[in-house]
Ligand binder design. Sequence first.
Ligand code: ZN
Length: 615
Amino acid sequence: MKHLIPIILILAILFTACEQNKEKEMTDNILLAEWNTPFGVPPFEQIKNSDYLPAYKEAIKIHNQEIEEIVNSDEAPDFENTIATLDASGELLVRINNVFENVNEAHTNPELQQIAKDVAPLLSAHEDDIWLNEQLFERVKSINDQKEILGLSTEQKMLLKKTFDSFVRGGANLPADQKDAFRDINSRLSLLSIQFGENLLAETNNFKLVIEDENDLSGLPASVIMAAAETAKSEGMDGKWVFTLHKPSLIPFITYADNRANREYLFKGYIERGNNGNEYDNKAIVNEMVNLRLKRANMLGFETHADYVLDNNMAKTPDKVYELIGSLMDAGLPVAKIEAAELQALIDQDGGNFKLEPWDWWYYAEKLKKEKYAFDDGALRPYFVLDNVKHGMFTVAEKLYGLQFVERTDLPVYHPEVVTYEVQEADGTTVGILYMDFFPRESKRGGAWMTSFRKQYVRNGENVIPVIQMVCNFTKPTADEPSMLSIDEVSTMFHEFGHSLHGLLSDCNYVSISGTSVPRDFVELPSQIMENWATHPDVMKMYATHYETGEIIPDELVQKMDNANKFNQGFITVEFMSAALLDMDWHTITEEKQYDVMAFENASLENMQMIPEIV
Ligand SMILES: [Zn+2]
């Protein structure tokens, strides 16, 4: 593909001076140039925000030319000249998009957010141009028709199936008069999902609980208070304490703060994000998205959006999903009710003259756990220093897969907190590169995830190694203490590492099906397998050493943790499954209309017989 750039260059220089200047800009654009970095990783410090949009446009143009070459080929369509060539096309565009999307999610700014909005319709239209390209589909179809007699490998059969399905699901079989409407839906949906995420981030960042009276800190661990003081200081509120909706601030606060009114304030701040009737309100977006998704599914012959999505996954149908989640709810809900009654008894016993509310659950559950199991999560933190957990995780990968993790300090990063590793086989062969970005900041979206700057594939007989990244929002170090994780953060870390290994250990020829490009309901398998190792007693002994004394986590503490591990599972199951059921309810609507979002959600929760103490 690289050879295509000079051809365009020559043409531009031949034609106009104006184009000449444009081309000068193009050659200065690092996103379009060859990357002379170690392992060809993105040269972050050389990328300017202003590079993205012109680079996207150029890369789309080049991708279109590559597709034209496939379509206009004189050769009869075969697997190699159509399916494999299509898989290999768009390499430059993918490279640019992987960098942009990942940086925009992990370290955004208003300029990048604007670019995302400018680029979304371009990318949506470009994708539609491919899936709705009739001549291209003809070629793909003719190969698919003879798939049994082509002597394809298992991997090739999978690529062919996935390619053919992408065309069909992308509207290739639609009547000509529906294609424009279909394009409009895709374009609109791409913008709406960006806007939804931006609103959520703005609402997360805009809400703060500022504490001025030291008494209101009662119950909070010293490290949490210290972190809140540092947050206040960084925002010019020296001497006060600031709590935010970022999980490392929110969760300890609702778990430990004795001040009930403040717990309520912060908790409501969290659950009401996007529902405040302001410019960041997401209700109208939800409404428009579910309607457009339904319309698109109907056009493609599916009854609902859920049918459309699941058809491509292992679960296949909404009925199966409802059956699975329903059985978990049936098991979880009675347990959650018992838990709620236990918490209410504790409130009554404490002389609290009120009914258990959602912002009380974490607080009283922690108290009850201490009472029942003489154990609280806080006792574990000193053993879960982030660096130790990370090395424990690496040791597991070494023992299971023979991998080594060599820290690299010479690779470009997009933020100073990002650390990088070269992942090697036991014999020193490079498997891939791993970026890790651990702490929350206002430029990062919430949650934890794994992504790729480059997926693994084989090009011209050579293995292209993957460049993988995991992004988290973990408890930050303070001036006095290292980052110490909660047990939840430890298991999240192992979980994301499992996804990362999935990407790193990919061994495929074709990029479209490599790494984590598997059905959505399979992709969580490697992460869950890895997550299970986090609390295995033998594994914990390898990494869980006290940050001050160096003492290995005592057996007694591990035993207590183990005893308590079924505690609060009713709540955890119901909280999770109710969100999944609500998502299913939104996406199994069969009627396009204006929904009252809150009324719909309340009806859905009522239908699943949710208890009001859990939201
Ligand atoms: Zn996951």
